[in-house]
Design a binder for this molecule. Structure first.
Ligand code: NAD
Length: 417
């Protein structure tokens, strides 16, 4: 990803710099925190079912580990190049610090289009990738999780490849299937967390979720759970999309029907709900609504289309969906942005709960998981809003400022710098 002359990593560092200035960060730490600790790039030969061999490229980037083991998802996507993975690893550092989780930041990816790959091909690719990066993983070193185009099954394969060498190690990955040490609540945690953060935002602004109109881009793990949880609280999802395009209905799209379509392998535009209009992804981002929730790719709102956003607030469920130029346009227009490192932090917070349960070999009930999730996200929102008021800055700058202070202090206390 590179847009408006900035690579994704440069753009995340632009956000970092804005906040670092506000907290008067030491120059020496500046250089440490705008670069990554370790990056590996590996070759992944995969034998396809028809006998052909493809060679994919995989990455794992560890950004900062001062506060705990590296933590971050693995995505399979044609744009998952080193620069994008760097950017996403840095976001994980600021996210885990903002939430006060005992983790650092990392991210991984395979630069591949997994669409159309068979289960066997995906399994072989995942296990080869895991073996290639296993020397930098560990229950107290680096713990992957799912992200775009990866899921609980992918994590089960990763756990198996790692455990084959190191012995039974469920805590080596999070987002696992329940039968392999996954935590009830983790699958929904990112999307549910987005709604908890939205609730906290609404409460601060004297609003109620009931009746709020949402437009959601992306109907995978995150987008579909945002839709379900929002509707359960009386909100109305007026537009939704996936890679194939979107649908809109002013009275609300039928989320249950869309979930059923997706579960059967169908795409959002294939829903047969009467009265829905078909829309493109560009139209979704410009749909009339109260809350715009990008929950798919990065860089979808930029300096151009930000001028046409018709929401009252943007809640970043995806990672890095708004470029710095887009952020400025939204800010100038008075449209607040709830930043990714806060809005989608339910995923890594849920992963933290899963990891601790694996280590303790003690399982929580889902109610406890959801209660803890809600409390931590609400507290993180309130701390961010208070810091924004204290520093006179945006929610994004405040969220980064909180994270930067914590990581800088950990680096200093450990004598890293
Ligand atoms: P997913 O693979 O389950 O779903 C992705 C969705 O995006 C699908 O509906 C897909 O059709 C859609 N999509 C793909 N390309 C698109 C395009 N060009 N235009 C519109 N839609 C497109 O992935 P996910 O886990 O739901 O992740 C979505 C976003 O949330 C990513 O940015 C990811 O980094 C972020 N995120 C995920 C988690 C998690 O726990 N899964 C946690 C934090 C952040």
């Amino acid at each position: 990803m590179a847009k408006e002359g900035l690579t994704a990593f440069a753009a995340v560092n632009r956000y970092f710099e804005e906040a670092a200035g506000l907290v008067h960060l030491d120059d020496a730490l500046y250089a440490v925190l705008t670069s990554t600790y370790r990056e590996i790039s590996v070759q992944i030969p995969v034998r396809l079912d028809d006998g052909r061999l493809i060679v994919a490229r995989g990455y794992r980037v560890q950004h900062n580990g001062a506060r705990g083991p590296y933590k971050g998802g693995i995505r399979y996507h044609p744009t998952a190049n080193l620069e994008e993975v760097r950017a996403l690893s840095a976001l994980m550092t600021w996210k885990t610090a903002l939430l006060g989780l005992p983790f650092g930041g990392a991210k991984g990816g395979i630069e591949v289009d997994p669409t159309g790959m068979s289960t066997g091909e995906l399994q072989r690719m995942t296990k080869r990738f895991t073996s290639a990066i296993a020397h930098i993983l560990g229950v107290y070193r680096d713990i992957p999780a799912p992200d775009m185009n990866t899921n609980a099954q992918t994590m089960a394969w990763m756990m198996d490849a790692y455990s084959a060498v190191h012995g039974y190690s469920p805590a080596i990955v999070t987002g696992k299937p329940l039968d392999l040490g996954g935590a009830p609540g983790r699958e929904a945690a990112t999307g549910r967390g987005v709604v908890y953060v939205l609730e906290a935002y609404a409460a601060q602004h004297g609003m109620d979720l009931a009746g709020l109109r949402l437009a959601i881009q992306g109907f995978g793990n995150v987008g579909s759970w945002v839709a379900r949880e929002a509707v359960a609280r009386g909100a109305v999802v007026v537009a939704v999309s996936d890679v194939a395009g979107g649908v809109r209905h002013d009275k609300g799209v039928d989320v249950d029907r869309l979930v059923a379509v997706a579960a059967a392998g169908g795409r959002v535009p294939e829903t047969d709900q009467p009265g829905v209009d078909k829309i493109s992804n560009d139209e979704l981002l410009e749909a009339e609504c109260d809350v715009l929730v990008p929950a798919a790719l990065g860089e979808v709102i930029d300096g151009d289309n930000a001028a046409r956003v018709r929401a009252s607030v943007v809640v970043e469920a995806a990672n890095y969906p708004v470029t710095p130029a887009g952020d400025k346009v939204l800010g100038d227009r008075g449209i607040p942005v709830v930043p990714d490192i806060l809005a989608n932090a339910g995923g890594v917070t849920g992963s933290y709960f899963e990891w601790t349960q694996n280590i303790q070999q003690f399982t929580w009930k889902e109610d406890r998981f959801n209660d803890e999730l809600r409390d931590r996200l609400r507290a993180a929102y309130q701390a961010t809003a208070a810091t924004a008021a204290e520093l006179g800055c945006t929610l994004r700058q405040a969220a980064f400022a909180i994270g930067i202070r914590k990581v800088a202090e950990a680096d200093r206390l450990r004598g890293y710098v």
